[in-house]
Design a protein around this ligand. Structure first.
Ligand code: LLP
Length: 413
């Protein structure tokens, strides 16, 4: 639960506000984001990496308000599309603090990024290298870039979330010589300035050894290309990926400080290390709030589901939930929490002990819902996407408004 969560008579309060009042004011399904908790988690990362940059991975969850908090606290921001770039700009992030990622950035996106003056573009292919050099030439600037390298580490996580192995689509392979070639070509290109090497081994990782192993390989590769090309690069961006635990009793994830220690033990002091945490900052800050609509046998159906949280269906992700609107029965029975979508795989929680008196109208709160849920939400079944409300010191403000049917209808000519 987020830092400011408190309970009174079975009612959950976040940021000094009752979730029941928030649901009445903003409707459900609703994502409630604890701003103080978000800022505190950012500070913990800054404290763990005082000498390197901390880039928040915007794909976990991004809105202009979030960008303002990041800018305010001194974090940098990773974006991976023209849309995220636009939100970074609207939110007031300084362009030099923005890093642009992606394995297939369009020519238009590259043009926007170079024109705005982003601090770094992470090159993911030799073709992209040409496109960025061309854009820099056209605009008469020199663009800072990193080369994304495949460190060849298969981190222990869901297969769809592992991005460091040789078979992933991301980055350039050390083993095949592509990464070497990219570095040589960047160094030879007057429109490009090489500021570092980048790797990202995946997401929802608990095993510090995977991070340390990737760091070890990246240090070796950095040293090798520095020597071969007679340059000092001196900077590694080791990506994001630190996990979060979702279930009570689950082993907690390592802290940012523990990750920093593991990296410091591997990376020599003269190499700057940057990191890109997304989930580890955002996920624990936010509680998803749903209203129970029907209870039928073991099925408790809520007014959301796979459209606002695709993670259980996509990755088999596990969640917990509690009744957050009243004191409920101490007796529990095994239930399945399902959404409102038209398929049987729309299961939020396969099996959970819920109070035996769970009933329509109850609010169900699902913690650890701040990453890759609202940001990955779809309009499946033409269900409008939920609002995100930030709470702090007894005040609430909307950071993403609820989508309406008019929003959806506007798409049809
Ligand atoms: N940096 C890069 C280059 C990335 O691709 C990502 C995430 C991050 C940083 C942030 O990773 P994090 O610290 O959040 O693990 N939809 C999936 C997660 C996809 C992660 C994509 N890349 C999920 O719901 O679990």
């Amino acid at each position: 639960w987020p830092a400011t969560a408190t309970w009174a008579d079975g009612e959950l309060h976040l940021g000094g506000l009752s979730v029941r009042d928030l649901a009445a004011a903003y409707g459900t399904a609703l994502y409630v984001l604890d701003e103080a908790d978000f800022r505190e988690r950012c500070r913990a990362w800054l404290a763990a990496f005082p000498d390197g940059d901390v880039h928040y991975g915007g794909k976990a969850f991004l809105a202009p308000a979030v960008v303002r908090w990041l800018a305010d606290l001194g974090l940098c921001l990773d974006v991976c599309s023209g849309g995220e770039l636009a939100v970074a700009r609207v939110g007031g992030m300084a362009p030099e603090r923005v890093v642009f990622h992606g394995n297939n950035k369009s020519v238009a996106e590259i043009g926007q990024a170079v024109e705005w003056g982003v601090g770094c573009i992470v090159l993911d292919s030799l073709q992209e290298l040409e496109r960025v050099a061309h854009a820099a030439g056209r605009l008469g600037t020199r663009q800072k870039v990193m080369v994304r390298v495949k460190p060849g580490v298969d981190a222990a996580t869901h297969a769809a979330l592992a991005t460091g192995g040789e078979r992933t689509k991301f980055g350039l392979s050390i083993a095949s010589g592509e990464a070497d070639e990219a570095v040589r070509r960047v160094l030879a290109e007057p429109g490009l300035e090489l500021t570092g090497l980048h790797s990202h081994i995946g997401s929802q990782i608990f095993d510090l050894d995977s991070f340390a192993e990737a760091a070890r390989r990246m240090v070796a590769f950095l040293r090798a290309v520095e020597l071969a090309n007679h340059v000092t690069i001196g900077r590694l961006d080791l990506g994001g990926g630190l996990g979060v635990s979702h279930l009570p009793g689950e082993k907690p994830a390592p802290t940012p400080a523990e990750l920093a220690d593991a990296l410091r033990a591997t990376v020599p002091d003269d190499i700057h290390v940057s990191v890109e945490p997304g989930r580890n900052i955002a996920a624990p800050t936010t509680v998803a709030v749903y209203e129970v609509g029907t209870v039928k046998g073991r099925f408790v159906a809520i007014d959301g589901g796979m459209s606002d949280n695709p993670r259980p269906a996509t990755y088999g992700a596990a969640y917990t939930a509690v009744i957050a609107s009243r004191t409920s029965s101490a007796d529990t029975r095994p239930m399945t929490v399902v959404g409102k979508h038209c398929e049987s795989g729309d299961i939020l929680i396969e099996e959970i002990g819920l109070p035996a008196d769970v009933a329509p109208g109850d609010l169900l709160a699902v913690p650890c819902s701040g990453a890759y849920q609202r940001s990955a939400a779809s309009n499946y079944n033409l269900v409008p996407r939920p609002a995100v409300v930030a709470v702090r010191d007894g005040a609430a403000h909307v950071v993403v408004r609820r989508e309406t049917e008019e929003d959806l209808l506007r798409l049809y000519p």
